[in-house]
Ligand binder design. Sequence first.
Ligand SMILES: Nc1ncnc2c1ncn2[C@@H]1O[C@H](COP(=O)(O)OP(=O)(O)OP(=O)(O)O)[C@@H](O)[C@H]1O
Ligand SMILES: CC(C)(CO)[C@@H](O)C(=O)[O-]
Ligand code: BAL
Length: 280
Amino acid sequence: MKIATTVLETRNTVKNWRKEGYTVGLVPTMGFLHEGHASLIKKCREQNDKVVVSVFVNPTQFGPNEDLEAYPRDLEKDKALCESLGADLIFHPEPSEMYKNPKTYMNIEGLSDNLCGKSRPIHFKGVCTVVSKLFNIVSPDRAYFGQKDAQQLAIIKKMVQDMNFDVEVVGCPIVREEDGLAKSSRNTYLSDEERKAALCLSKSVKKGMEIIKEGISAKEVLDEMKKVINQEPLAKIDYVSMVDSLTMEDVETVDRDVLVAMAVYIGKTRLIDNFSFEVK
Ligand SMILES: Nc1ncnc2c1ncn2[C@@H]1O[C@H](COP(=O)(O)OP(=O)(O)OP(=O)(O)O)[C@@H](O)[C@H]1O
Ligand SMILES: CC(C)(CO)[C@@H](O)C(=O)[O-]
Ligand code: BAL
């Protein structure tokens, strides 16, 4: 497995693979890899001749008061995991390699206004910018993203459609801990007490999945889900919302495919979870 820190090296490696006729898959990550990431890498391994994993804590998607500095990093462990899963290349650039006094950003209208976009106003501009750059650097046939970041996945699919990126976006299911908590690098911020409290997210998701049905009002579902979270003293709701799966706009009634998503603070740590419901 190769480790590339520059755009040029990555491009040259991929160009050589292309000459040999190989297909290329990309798994974009911010590192500190866990089984959620591993599931994406495994899927990528199954579907492509060559597997590229990017490990880059992207500064442009963090707001001024967010956890850019504190975000956990462990490249040695990430290397070992990628190698064991059969990855061919890790792209691990420094921020200065990715951003040289940039004046150009990728933006997406509408889909980034709701949910996480409300409390993280510059977040999806940063995500779309870095993902566009990664697509241009790696030119993958396929790119893999987790459903855990459901709004991000919807946004990237729309960006690819709108900007005619020649890449297939593959969404992968949420991987959970045995007790239900969605795996996330940010779970490492939680104290033992907070880790227990964090279960209110997946419990609330479970409740929502039990009661949702075609025709039910969003309020009825969301009120029940919020009740579960509000029973937990360490939890503070950022949002619990039901939106149209494609536009990310709030819906009143389950009359189309919906995403039911939440962000909840457990102490200072902001965690997300969600589920999707398709009408027949
Ligand atoms: N539990 C999970 N199940 C499936 N995919 C996941 C999971 N956790 C992360 N991913 C996916 O892995 C990719 C990289 O995510 P990222 O590196 O931000 O990890 P993370 O654990 O989501 O970190 P954090 O939520 O703390 O930012 C994204 O496409 C994300 O959706
Ligand atoms: C897609 C991504 C790697 C872009 O920095 C990030 O937002 C993430 O880890 O989900
Ligand atoms: N997994 C999304 C990356 C972020 O929260 O910045």
